[in-house]
Design a protein around this ligand. Structure first.
Ligand SMILES: [Fe+2]
Length: 278
């Protein structure tokens, strides 16, 4: 069903639990007149799709600035090229982890609020982006399961995700990933809004104080639940699409694609506004 909001912004739900399509005039998006509504929709719907909006880098950056504070990349760029082609991107090793369910910036004390991607070049095969609502997945748990998760926390690290795609890394590479550090995070995030979401992903390696096998069983089961059909949306890109997501309540991953496919997405990020708290 399509809704037309007060300001003229046209939105339609994609699935009951996740995702909305937004159709709006490009200039109106850049002026910031819809910024408040977009922020509200982002939190309520998790993923917002702007089909074939065809923003340039400069426009993508201007649009991002209407919604909050832009975060620069480690390399100092405002607009980052996401690509597995070493000639196009400086972060290929870390981007390999993007093929597994994760939040962006899990290792930061305050994770970023949102990532915004614009599609420039697509792979002929694969390369969709999948999203899963960890708000909706938490809400749908039984009361017994919610009680079981209460007070639990997990250790997260970049080196845990390294083993997903490089099971026998050389020691120097492992040390490089270990230098990123480790962080203990609650399994359930109570947001300042009062809503709760699950904190999962390929960076999670064990439940603090729990036997390794039992903890792995719990983490794997929760990941399977949170990324199952009712909570998941798969975006099949067209060139010019822009997609943004609430990184505080939405896991994501790319589906595999050939490294030399040329696939290229441009990313901007919005600064986080609250730490992960139990
Ligand atoms: Fe990511």
């Amino acid at each position: 069903m399509t809704d037309v909001l007060q300001s003229g912004l046209e939105t339609a739900d994609i699935k009951p639990n996740i995702g909305s399509v937004i159709r709006a005039d490009k200039q109106a998006l850049l002026s910031g007149e819809h910024a408040g509504e977009i922020r509200n929709l982002l939190e309520a719907r998790g993923v917002l799709v702007f089909p074939r909006i065809n923003f340039t880098d400069e426009e993508q950056l201007r649009f991002t600035e209407t919604l909050g504070t832009v975060v620069r990349e480690r390399t100092g760029e405002d607009v980052f090229t996401v690509s597995l082609d070493p000639e196009k991107s400086t972060g290929v090793e870390y981007l390999k982890g993007s093929l597994y369910w994760h939040f962006d910036g899990t290792m930061q004390p305050v994770p970023i609020l949102s990532s915004i991607l614009c599609a420039k070049v697509l792979s002929a095969t694969g390369g969709n982006t999948e999203f899963a609502s960890t708000y909706a997945a938490y809400d749908a748990l039984s009361d017994e399961k919610k009680a079981e998760l209460e007070g639990l926390s997990a250790m997260h690290s970049a080196w845990s995700s390294l083993f997903y795609y490089d099971p026998e890394p050389d020691q120097a590479k492992l040390e490089m990933f270990m230098d990123v550090g480790d962080i203990e995070l609650p399994l359930v995030w109570t947001h300042k809004s009062g809503r709760k979401s699950l904190v999962l992903g390929c960076t999670a390696r064990n439940i603090v104080g729990m036997d390794n096998k039992q903890g792995t069983r719990l983490l794997n089961g929760l990941r399977e639940w949170a990324t199952s059909e009712p909570f998941r949306y798969v975006h099949e890109w067209s060139v010019g699409d822009m997609v943004m997501w609430d990184n505080t309540g939405t896991l994501h991953r790319a589906t595999p694609y050939p490294l030399d496919s040329g696939r290229e997405l441009h990313r901007t990020k919005l600064e986080g506004e609250e730490p992960i708290r139990a």
